[in-house]
Design a protein around this ligand. Sequence first.
Ligand code: F0G
Length: 461
Amino acid sequence: MYKNNKRSWAEPFKIKMVEPLFMTTIKDRLRYIEEAGYNTFLLRSKDVYIDLLTDSGTSAMSDRQWAGMMLGDEAYAGSENFYHFEAAVQKFYGYKHVIPTHQGRGAEHLLSRILIKKGDFIPGNMYFTTTRLHQELAGGTFVDVIIDEAHDPESEFKFKGNIDLQKLKDLIESKGADKIPYICVATTVNMAGGQPISLQNLKEVRQMADVYGIDIVHDMTRVAENAYMIQQHETGYEKKSVAEIVREICSLTDHATMSAKKDALVNIGGFLATNKDDVYTEASNWVVVYEGLHTYGGLAGRDMEAMAIGIAESVQDDHIRARIGQVHYLGQRLIDFNVPVVMPLGTHGIFLDAKRILPHVSQENYPAQTLAAELYLDSGVRSMERGIVSAGRNEVTGKHNYPKLELVRLTIPRRVYTQAHMDVVAESVQAVYENRAAVKGLEMVYEPKYLRFFQARFRKL
Ligand code: F0G
């Protein structure tokens, strides 16, 4: 009742069903991490206490989403749930056409195949692993045109997801607009630490794209989180709702790929959206080959129903404020412990700066991979490497890509863990940080050809 802006971000829900967690002993964990080749992707989930590997497909669905699952119309063609889902995409995101896919990379595959020709260049605000690989498999070369601040974990710039317009212009001028099938704009930028792009910047990118006649593809995996950061930090947007900002972001782009496993609060699902009829026609043909008919795209009817409801829930101000509030709560605890983290705090997780935490481990000995393994050993908390292992090798030279950022991501699933879980995580990170001097690096003993971070195996030095 009384006006007070200092109220906490408490969750706008209460818990109706619980899933037990199991603790392991240090003796168990020593064995499990060795058996997993020091790769947290290869651990069994039953051996993990608090799982911060990813926010992808790990969210808790609402009672309404679960109720929607019971309304699955499992017809092969023309499922009623598809039409609900299509209506949700049109209402909340404003794209004209939508094609469901089993997850984000399914949409990336289709769109890359349709838009990219061999020898093309695709500028983007930093790479994402699957996005870049699909661009490369289609014959293109990804070019990073994000602002320099994004590569500096200590820069406090609020919109580190912004595109450097000069870098973009130079690329277009040097390669020629006909060699640039589209500009890839991600909201938010995962690999930079969950950093948002501003609407001001996106409008400028749109203007430049129009001058050269180039399309914009929107990787809208975490668009609501980006919209919340705009509402909090961009002048002129303080009074706009997250839903309104999301619509405005989408309206500045031509096509979109979405992993609904993040923002949209489902355990599986994604889509490709486009405003262009010809791209839609081609995509609805290719989707039959790789995913399934254009009214299910590899999903069950019930999955599309849950996605339709999740999209509506994801843009509610209360939801997103609590979601990012929890992430920032963890971040602030780590800052209070003086642990080096990527600044400003991101939206889907907190990113530990492994280069500063383990300065004695050289990048060839995988500091972030090492740190993730140490954290698991300490407490059973599972995190993910986002450094040199994730960056892979240069297609042409075969050498490691050496990213400036060597990070461990503590990714927070939506609506899953409590504040007490965040405290346990912070205390474990602090313990590892205090004992960091004794930590030794790793060597890689098995390296898969594509997206090596998922399945690579390591040995302790
Ligand atoms: N784009 C972004 C920005 C992503 O973060 C992801 C997935 C994808 C595309 C691909 O979507 O997994 O549904 O095929 N990111 C997950 C993560 C895997 O853990 O960050 P997908």
